[in-house]
Design a protein around this ligand. Structure first.
Ligand SMILES: NC(=O)c1ccc[n+]([C@@H]2O[C@H](COP(=O)([O-])OP(=O)(O)OC[C@H]3O[C@@H](n4cnc5c(N)ncnc54)[C@H](O)[C@@H]3O)[C@@H](O)[C@H]2O)c1
Length: 420
């Protein structure tokens, strides 16, 4: 297929660097490599079209190539305007994948890329944040007819999928990859924990030790962000709306307080709630001079940007991915990566070894839904435990770590209600 003619990317001359990036991550994704070998033999997607919307960087590119190796005709677009890497996009086109994605397209162009991806009439989809599913269930139901099902990558998308299911309008099954153990325990926690600080540190080039970091939301991602902030030597404050998570944060050694209090103390703020307006004008008004705001939640709505603009007399870009806002009394606030996911918009996203498990789950879940979509029906389904366990065991094997197995007596004991 002539993917060069069909695709929309920034510059095909960037492809050689994209290939190098993909080769590097491939070396660090042993589980996905094993699944690729299996797909090459079994061809689970032979003759099928797969549409993918994910942060288009090297690890995602390798997932697209693994799905292609399973026999699929793959089309891919981004899932955030600032996370597409143009060199990786160009490399994929050379590898026979149709790409509609550029770094920093305007909102209309970004949307057009999502729609063009769906206009290929996919049989299966991989979505991140729910944009493909939403378009298929609102503006373009005509493109949903042949969709057998798909997989959703992140917390926000799973919430949107479940809301659609609850409303009775979901027209095909979706697997909540985010909710698998091998996803959120590692990707959301350790992946986000490390890559958020990578993104903030490479963007600001400032010290974290001794500073106060406010982590907004102590879910799977927030736990990781707070843990790594502590490791970097910061004093960490957590804000929450959930009582249980708040006690957990307290017992983990962090200070817990309402945002209006925390706002006065923070040098760095990281929002990671999946909710909107968790930092608002009233909070920004009392922040210290030089406070640095960043977001790691899926959408750029966690920090209320219009209210930040209203509070400010001027705004300018002071360094790549850093905007300076000057409040009326002269005090400054810095916003990183326009309030979009800082680890992807101002970094390379999670480490390859982490995405190895997440994308292995994506690959096996996609094959599963293709096989079982008729019997599953129009539901949001969790990743079956056997698939989660398979990915964990392949990862352990790749790490050279052995674990024990139950003896017959232990198995019997665990299954008995009266044996002592
Ligand atoms: N940056 C990344 O690479 C990355 C990776 C995975 C997930 N995500 C996204 O990050 C977000 C969070 O994901 P998660 O898996 O941690 O979700 P989660 O549901 O485990 O945690 C979210 C937490 O935010 C809290 N919260 C909600 N509203 C709040 C408010 N107003 N103030 C304080 N806390 C509030 C909730 O009580 C919950 O504990 C989602 O949007 C998800 O899609 C981003």
């Amino acid at each position: 297929m002539n993917t060069v003619n069909q695709s929309i990317v920034r510059d095909m001359n960037l492809a050689p660097n994209g290939h190098l990036k993909i080769d590097w991550v491939k070396e660090h994704m042993p589980v996905l490599n094993r699944i690729r070998e299996q797909f090459e033999k079994e061809q689970p997607f032979k003759g099928l079209k797969v549409a993918i919307s994910l942060h288009l960087e090297a690890k995602t590119a390798y997932l697209a190539k693994v799905v292609q190796a399973g026999g699929a005709e793959v089309t891919i677009t981004g899932s955030n305007p600032l996370s597409t890497q143009d060199d990786v996009a160009a490399a994929l086109v050379e590898d026979g994948i149709t790409v509609f994605a550029k770094y920093n397209p305007d909102p209309q162009e970004y949307k057009e890329h999502l729609i063009k991806t769906l206009e290929t009439k996919p049989d299966l989809i991989i979505d991140d944040g729910g944009d493909l599913v939403t378009i298929l269930h609102s503006e373009r139901p005509d493109l949903a007819r042949q969709v057998r099902g798909g997989c959703e990558e992140t917390t926000t998308g799973v919430l949107r999928n479940r809301a659609l299911e609850k409303s009775g309008n979901l027209t095909f099954p979706m697997i909540a990859v985010n909710d698998a153990y091998c996803k959120y325990l590692f990707d959301n926690r350790y992946g986000t924990g490390q890559s958020v600080w990578d993104g903030i540190n490479r963007t600001t080039n400032l010290v974290v030790a001794g500073k106060t970091v406010v982590v907004v939301g102590y879910g799977w991602c927030g736990r990781g962000v707070a843990l790594r902030a502590k490791g970097l030597g910061a004093k960490v404050i957590v804000t929450e709306i959930d009582g249980i998570k708040a006690i957990e944060a307290y017992m983990d050694g962090f200070e817990v307080m309402p945002m209006i209090e925390a706002a006065k103390h923070g040098d760095y703020f990281v929002t990671v709630t999946g909710n909107r307006d968790v930092i608002r004008g009233e909070h920004m008004a009392v922040m210290k001079d030089g406070a640095i705001l960043s977001n790691a939640g899926h959408f750029d709505i966690e920090i209320n940007k219009p209210e930040l603009e209203e509070l400010s007399t001027s705004k300018r870009t002071v360094r790549k991915d850093i905007e300076e806002f000057v409040r009326k009394d002269g005090r400054k606030i810095y916003l990183l990566a326009e309030g979009r996911l800082v680890n992807l918009a101002a970094g390379d996203g999670h480490p390859a070894e982490i995405m190895d498990m997440t994308f292995a789950l994506q690959a096996v879940s996609l094959a599963y839904i293709n096989e079982k979509y008729k019997e599953i029906g129009k539901k949001v389904l969790n990743v079956p435990y056997e698939l989660d366990d398979k990915v964990a065991r392949l990862k352990l094997e790749a790490l050279g770590i052995g674990i024990d197995t139950l003896t017959e007596e232990q198995q019997a004991y665990l299954n008995s209600w009266k044996e002592e």
